[in-house]
Design a protein around this ligand. Structure first.
Ligand SMILES: [Zn+2]
Length: 492
């Protein structure tokens, strides 16, 4: 047999849960053709891996790399963590399908901020662009509910008209046929937040009919957390669609006590047969737009309309009042960090808490914040420190959860979430921590969770098993999960 690459004498951690074993890995083209003791092959290149471990790449099921791939196609922040497959398009915000006023709006912003030309409208068009530049990781594309809604009806705060809903449903069906793996929602964000439950259920049902899954950044992760869980589980039940609740959390100290009821709702749904799972990143701060501190109505419409509200003194005063009502305690401004701006003049505030930055600017916090949002056209990223460490630990301990925070190292949500799947490293870790009972327990939990997530990934349509070669009949499922890119349609 001729192969391109032979990795020899490695410690192979194959992700099946089997103990690590010494062996070789043979690769022809982009396929693994043999694992184990590989003999009698001619390899173009041989890597002597003695003393090193070889494991399948990790799958990050909650990534926002959609546009980042165009900016850094090598996706180093994923690859350097061992992530070789990402599910992108989360939280209702996706690169495709997108059209109409929403495309114009977003194209203008991305051109201005990143110099990017957004020249596609469909999933096929987007994937063609990715293929043309060559992205180093595999990816599965979720369609964003917010992006679909904005495309069909702009940022309007009202129910979708029947013809708008059918445009969304049609675009979602087409997106699925072009290779998307499902639908994501961002029901806390404009314009997704303007949709009611029936609208989301109708789209989810169509997505399910095409074989997709539903992931959800729910309508609330704080004051309305329990209602939001009931809503999204209800949607999944109505649409008969597998549901992944994204980054489960109890946001703000006043809601930390809701965790028992939160688990009851999710576990109760599972017990009556709803296919629901959830994930969680392993830190206690959330990354999202600074504009989220504003009332919902202030985020209606296009970027121009939003900016006009902040430019109008009377409207700005109403926004200010709403923010102060929501956040009467000034200490809150020291729990929100400015993480990314677009204007050079504001760079010095990156990494500062809003309170600290406002003091530096000599302004009162809300004034400072509104000035900055106006200047930046709401394009400011922030990190909200609002979660409890013990809630985090408890969530990560739940075995229906996908994320393995205990053994993952995270970077900012925006760039790449921490590893959602760690299959493979666990036996190696177990050996390394053989004397540490607590670590062994954690690793064991990680094993259970890994199997769950592998199950979830296999739900996903368009992710198919590679043909198993005769030499490797025992390839674990995660090794041969791969998007069926060979059958993707041509861009239209
Ligand atoms: Zn989210």
């Amino acid at each position: 047999m001729n192969v391109d690459l032979l990795i020899k004498g490695a410690e192979i951690v194959d992700g099946s849960g089997a103990p690590a074993a010494a062996g070789d890995v043979a690769i022809a083209g982009d396929r693994i053709v043999a694992v184990g003791r590989v003999e009698g092959v001619r390899a173009k290149r041989v890597v002597n891996a003695a003393g090193h471990a070889v494991a399948p790449g990790f799958v990050d099921i909650h990534s926002h790399s959609d546009y980042h791939y165009l900016l850094s196609p090598l996706a180093e922040s994923a690859v350097m963590q061992g992530v070789t497959c990402e599910i992108i398009g989360n939280c209702g915000y996706a690169a495709a399908p997108i059209w109409g006023p929403w495309l114009e709006d977003r194209a203008r912003e991305y051109k201005r901020i990143h110099g990017l030309d957004l020249d596609w409208t469909t999933v096929a068009g987007y994937e063609a662009r990715l293929k043309a530049i060559g992205v180093s990781v595999n990816y599965g594309v979720l369609m964003g509910h917010g992006t679909l809604r904005g495309s069909a009806m702009g940022g309007a705060d009202r129910p979708a008209k029947p013809e708008e809903l059918s445009a969304i449903v049609e675009a979602a069906r087409r997106g699925m046929r072009e290779g998307a793996v499902g639908l994501s929602t961002g029901l806390v964000y404009a314009p997704g937040c303007f949709a009611d439950r029936d609208e989301v259920a109708a789209i989810a049902r169509a997505v399910r009919e095409e074989g997709g899954v539903l992931t959800s950044h729910m309508r609330s992760e704080g004051d309305g957390l329990l209602e939001a869980i009931e809503e999204i589980i209800g949607i999944a039940e109505t649409a008969q669609i597998p549901l992944q609740i994204s980054h489960l959390k109890t946001m703000h100290p006043r809601n930390w006590g809701k965790k028992a009821r939160m688990f009851e709702l999710i576990e109760g749904a599972r017990a009556r047969g709803v296919d629901v799972m959830c994930d969680r990143y392993p830190y206690t701060a959330a990354n999202t737009g600074l504009a989220q501190v504003m009332p919902r109505w202030a985020l209606e419409g296009s970027k121009d309309e939003q900016a006009a509200r902040l430019a109008n003194p009377a409207t700005r005063a109403r926004i200010r009042e709403a923010i102060l009502q929501e956040t009467p305690r000034p200490e809150r401004w020291d729990t929100i960090m400015i993480s990314e701006v677009t204007l050079e003049k504001n760079r010095r505030y990156e990494g500062m808490r809003v309170g600290q930055a406002a003091r530096l600017a000599g302004k009162e916090p809300v004034e400072f914040l509104l000035d900055m949002l106006h200047e930046e056209r709401n394009n400011v990223d922030a990190i909200y420190f609002a979660m409890a460490e013990d809630n985090l630990r408890e969530i990560l301990r739940k075995d229906q959860l996908a994320t393995l925070g205990a053994v993952a190292i995270g970077v900012s949500h925006e760039i790449n979430n921490p590893l959602a799947v760690i299959l493979g490293h666990l036996d190696l870790l177990a050996r390394r921590f053989a004397a540490d009972a607590e670590a062994l327990q954690r690793i064991d939990r990680a094993r259970t969770a890994s199997r769950r997530i592998a199950d979830m990934i296999t739900h996903m349509s368009h992710i198919t098993r590679l043909e198993l070669s005769e030499q490797s009949p025992n390839l674990p499922p995660i090794l041969d999960l791969r998007r069926s890119s060979a059958t993707d349609p041509e861009p239209s």
